[in-house]
Each structure stands twice: as C-alpha cells, then as structure tokens.
Design a protein around this ligand. Structure first.
Ligand code: HEC
Ligand code: HEC
Ligand code: HEC
Ligand code: HEC
Ligand code: HEC
Ligand code: HEC
Ligand code: HEC
Ligand code: HEC
Length: 243
C-alpha cells in the first residue's frame, strides 16, 4: 500500500474518533429532544431577567409624553430606544430613576450619515450639524418636526442651502434675510430678491441691545469692524466668528 494512502486512512480514523468523542462528551443532554437544537435553551431564555418594559407600559403613566410623540416623526421610535431599558423603572419609578439622553451621542446613533440607511432617512453629519450644542436645544426629542420647512429656494440654490445647513445660521430661513417675490422662481433674473444692505440688518439679532434670544452672540456695533459691511468679513451663509 502506498504511504500516502496509509496517511489518509490514519487521518480519517482520527476524524471519526474525534466525532464520536464530541458527540458523547460535548453535545448537551437536551439536544435533539424537540429537534435540531438544545431544548434546555427554552427554559434558560424564559428565566432571563426582563429588562425592557415595552412602550405600552410607559404610556400608561406618561400619557402626556405619549400625546406629544404620537403623530410626530418619532412615533415609531420606542421610548426605550432612547431612554434605555426601563422595566425596573416601570415597577418602581421613584426607586429606579430613568435618565434622558440629553447629549448628542444617542441621536447620532440613528441619524449620523451612513450610506446603508434607507433612501430619504433624515441624516446629518454630526461634526458639522448644529455646532456643539446638544440636539435638544433645537429639536424636541418627542416631536422632532422639521424646523425649517422645505424651502422652495433649495431646488435652484442648492449650494447655498447646503452650505447654510452646516453653518451657525442653519435655523434661519432664506427669506429672513431675502424678501423674495413670488415670481422670482419663474423670472429669476428680472425679479431679484432683496439682499441685506446695512450693518444694522445683522444688528437686529447681533447688536448688544437686540431683543433676539440670549444664545445668539453679540457684538458692539459701534466698534466691531465699524468701517465695513458685516459680510465683507463674514460669509452670511456660513458665518464664522468664534475662535
Ligand atoms: C407606574 C408608572 C410609570 C411607568 C410605568 C413608567 N414611568 Fe417613567 N416616571 C414615573 C414617575 C412617577 C416619574 C417621576 C420620578 C421622580 O420624579 O423621581 C418618572 C420619571 C421618568 C423619567 C425621568 C424624567 C426626568 O425628569 O429625568 C423618564 C425618562 C421616564 N420616567 C421614562 C419612562 C419610560 C421610558 C417608561 C417605560 C419603560 C416609563 N417611564 C414607565 C412613572 C412611570
Ligand atoms: C428620540 C429619543 C426619545 C424618545 C423616542 C423618547 N424620549 Fe423621552 N426624552 C428624550 C430626551 C432627550 C429627553 C430630555 C428632554 C429635555 O431635557 O428637554 C426626554 C425627556 C423625557 C421625560 C422627562 C420629562 C419631559 O417631558 O421632558 C420623560 C418623562 C420622558 N422623556 C418619557 C418618555 C416616554 C414615556 C417615551 C415614549 C412614549 C419617550 N420619552 C420617548 C428622548 C426620547
Ligand atoms: C432609534 C432610532 C432613532 C433615534 C435614537 C433618534 N431618532 Fe430621530 N428619527 C428616527 C426616525 C425613524 C425618524 C422618522 C424618519 C422618517 O419618517 O422618515 C426620525 C426623525 C427625526 C427628525 C425629523 C427629520 C426631518 O425630516 O426633518 C429629527 C429632526 C430627529 N429625528 C431628531 C432626533 C433627535 C434630536 C434625536 C435624539 C434626541 C433622535 N432623533 C433620536 C429615528 C431615531
Ligand atoms: C427656479 C430657480 C430659482 C428658485 C426656485 C429660486 N431662485 Fe433665487 N435665483 C435664481 C437665479 C437663476 C438667480 C440669478 C442668479 C444670477 O444672476 O447669477 C437667482 C438670484 C437670487 C438672489 C440674488 C439676487 C441678486 O441680486 O444678486 C437671491 C438673494 C435669491 N435668488 C434668493 C432666492 C430665495 C430666497 C429663494 C426662495 C424663496 C429663491 N431665490 C428661489 C433661481 C432661483
Ligand atoms: C442649532 C440648532 C440645531 C442643533 C443643535 C441641531 N440641529 Fe438638527 N436641524 C436644525 C435645523 C434648523 C434643521 C433644518 C435645516 C436643515 O435641514 O438643514 C435641522 C435638521 C435636522 C435633521 C433633518 C435633516 C434632513 O436632511 O432631513 C436631522 C435628522 C437633525 N437635524 C438631527 C439632529 C441631531 C441628531 C442633532 C445633534 C447631534 C442636531 N440635529 C442638532 C437645527 C439644529
Ligand atoms: C443671515 C442672513 C442670510 C440668510 C439666512 C441667507 N442669506 Fe443669502 N445673502 C445674505 C447677504 C448679506 C448677501 C449679500 C452678500 C454680498 O453682497 O456679498 C446674500 C447673498 C445671496 C445671494 C447672491 C449670491 C451670493 O452668493 O452672494 C444669493 C443667491 C443668496 N444670498 C441666496 C440665499 C439662499 C437661497 C438662502 C437660503 C438657503 C440665503 N441666501 C440665506 C444674507 C443671507
Ligand atoms: C434672525 C436673527 C439673525 C440675523 C438677522 C443674523 N444672524 Fe447671525 N446668528 C444668528 C444665530 C441664531 C446664530 C447662531 C447662534 C448659536 O450658534 O447659538 C448666529 C451666529 C452668527 C455668527 C457666529 C458664528 C460663530 O462662529 O459662532 C456670526 C459671525 C453671525 N451670525 C453673523 C451674522 C451676519 C454677518 C449677519 C447679517 C448678514 C447675521 N449674522 C444676521 C441669528 C441671526
Ligand atoms: C473687519 C472684519 C469684520 C467685520 C466688518 C465684522 N466682523 Fe464680526 N468678527 C470678525 C472677527 C475677526 C471675529 C472673531 C474674533 C472676535 O471675536 O473679535 C468676529 C466675530 C463675530 C461674532 C462672534 C462673536 C462671539 O462672541 O462669538 C459675531 C456675532 C459677529 N462677528 C457679527 C458681526 C456683525 C453683525 C457684523 C456687522 C455689524 C460684523 N461681525 C462685522 C470680523 C469682522
């Protein structure tokens, strides 16, 4: 008999012995009772600690939150997808507090740009969107409706719209700064929208005595770049100021 055949027979012998060994030593007793799997697994899984309560239970006590959330774009997102497992909390809400994801990370988990997400799913680039502020300073997590309606301007002024959406001015409508005639889209070069002309236009929000929300940074209009128009230094669709 040639030596390579002997070696082959030896190899088969070892494999067969290993199979027998594994079958009797390693295969669990309950394997095969109900079919091709381990029957004990059913009891083990049933005995696991229950960690999630399900949104129906949350709604029983937090019907105010549910009322806001249902019908919103987050209707299909379960409470515990954001707040984490809540079964212990549902059993004793005062003893086991649940926290809220007030930072940026949890939201980015679903909304950061990823080409494998379905077409049209709302996605953002977390490093470029909304500065460093928590998402909830601008979006209500229980009712995250679009903050700026789809603007008719985007179709033609795509670059500007895209630039603005990555800037600190993302929450401003185009029409806040450009009074636009209804007929502009039909005759864009004849019907030209207005453009800001004076420093005081920007001062409405950025002047020290402006009545705009406090989070908007202020400058002293009398001394800040006083000899120039604001947009000679700041691109209005992507204004940069903070060092
Ligand atoms: C039995 C009623 C009950 C159920 C069920 C319940 N909660 Fe609560 N929840 C409460 C109460 C009461 C508080 C206030 C606790 C406190 O102030 O110490 C609370 C507080 C919270 C808070 C903290 C709010 C804050 O200010 O930080 C969150 C978040 C929350 N619940 C989410 C949930 C979620 C998610 C579920 C479902 C898994 C759920 N709750 C189920 C009664 C309930
Ligand atoms: C998309 C993520 C998300 C989902 C889904 C969500 N929450 Fe919240 N929830 C938050 C965040 C973030 C806060 C903190 C809001 C804040 O501090 O302004 C919050 C706050 C709360 C609070 C504190 C009180 C309040 O009204 O601000 C309660 C209670 C609560 N959520 C319960 C629920 C329940 C119940 C559900 C399901 C019906 C739910 N949440 C679904 C993210 C979520
Ligand atoms: C578990 C996944 C999930 C998490 C976590 C989540 N979202 Fe959403 N979000 C969704 C889904 C699903 C929609 C609806 C998409 C649709 O209808 O096309 C949505 C819609 C939105 C929209 C509306 C987008 C538009 O078209 O204008 C905003 C804004 C938003 N979410 C913000 C947030 C914020 C802020 C948080 C964190 C507090 C958050 N999301 C956490 C899944 C999630
Ligand atoms: C159908 C396409 C279209 C739409 C929709 C559209 N524009 Fe325009 N827009 C143009 C064109 C073309 C010009 C001229 C560009 C040029 O002359 O270089 C223009 C010019 C402008 C200018 C510059 C005017 C000037 O004198 O320099 C502004 C500001 C402007 N558009 C704002 C808007 C705003 C705001 C909206 C939405 C409310 C909008 N546009 C919608 C096509 C469009
Ligand atoms: C400074 C305010 C601000 C902050 C902070 C902010 N957003 Fe937004 N977000 C907006 C505005 C305004 C829009 C609508 C304009 C746009 O689509 O560019 C928007 C749009 C979105 C959209 C819809 C995008 C689309 O293409 O439909 C999603 C999703 C979103 N934000 C999620 C988030 C998440 C997640 C965070 C935190 C990581 C966050 N936002 C932080 C203001 C903000
Ligand atoms: C904060 C105010 C502000 C907002 C918001 C704004 N613009 Fe402007 N825009 C200006 C100013 C100021 C100028 C004039 C710049 C100059 O003359 O150099 C301008 C110029 C323009 C021009 C002329 C060409 C150019 O690039 O200079 C177009 C077109 C335009 N804007 C379109 C838009 C569109 C579309 C939007 C919304 C996506 C928008 N703007 C939002 C302030 C704004
Ligand atoms: C309707 C109010 C409004 C008007 C008008 C306005 N801005 Fe702003 N501006 C804002 C808001 C909101 C922010 C973002 C504040 C934040 O990040 O919290 C901002 C931020 C800025 C910043 C700071 C950016 C940074 O890096 O922090 C500069 C610079 C700026 N705007 C310049 C201008 C100029 C130039 C004009 C005039 C063409 C103008 N703004 C008109 C509301 C306005
Ligand atoms: C000569 C150039 C120049 C002109 C003109 C100018 N700026 Fe600035 N601006 C700057 C520089 C540089 C910074 C950043 C350094 C600093 O804070 O002084 C800045 C910062 C800012 C900031 C951010 C301040 C903060 O605390 O975060 C705002 C808002 C601002 N400018 C608005 C305006 C407005 C509104 C006008 C028109 C009235 C204007 N700027 C005109 C150069 C200019």
């Amino acid at each position: 008999m040639p030596s390579q055949v002997k070696r082959l027979i030896l190899l088969f012998g070892i494999a067969a012995a290993a199979l027998v060994l594994v079958r009797f030593l390693l295969v669990p007793d309950s394997f095969g009772r109900y079919g091709h799997y381990r029957a004990d697994a059913v009891d083990e899984v049933a005995g696991m600690e229950i960690r999630y309560a399900g949104h129906l239970l949350c709604q029983e006590c937090h019907d105010d939150v549910d009322a806001v959330k249902s019908g919103s774009m987050h209707e299909a997102v379960s409470c515990e997808a954001c707040h984490g497992p809540g079964n212990e909390h549902a059993e004793d809400p005062f003893e086991n507090r649940l926290s809220a994801p007030r930072g940026r990370r949890r939201c980015a988990y679903c909304h950061s740009y990823n080409p494998s997400r379905p077409t049209g799913f709302p996605q953002i680039e977390p490093d470029e969107h909304g500065g460093e502020e928590p998402c909830i300073t601008c979006h209500n997590p229980h009712q995250p409706e679009p903050l700026v309606g789809i603007e008719d301007c985007e179709a033609c002024h795509t670059e500007i719209a895209k630039t603005k959406s990555k800037s600190h001015h993302l929450s401003l409508h185009c029409t806040t700064c450009h009074a636009t005639q209804e007929r502009h889209p039909g005759a864009p070069r004849e019907m030209r929208p207005d453009k800001p002309r004076t420093r005081s236009f920007c001062g409405q929000c950025h002047g020290e005595d402006a009545s705009s929300p406090e989070t908007i940074p202020r400058v002293d209009m009398a001394t800040h770049g006083e000899d120039y128009l604001c947009w000679q230094c700041h691109y209005p669709h992507f204004p940069e100021g903070r060092r």
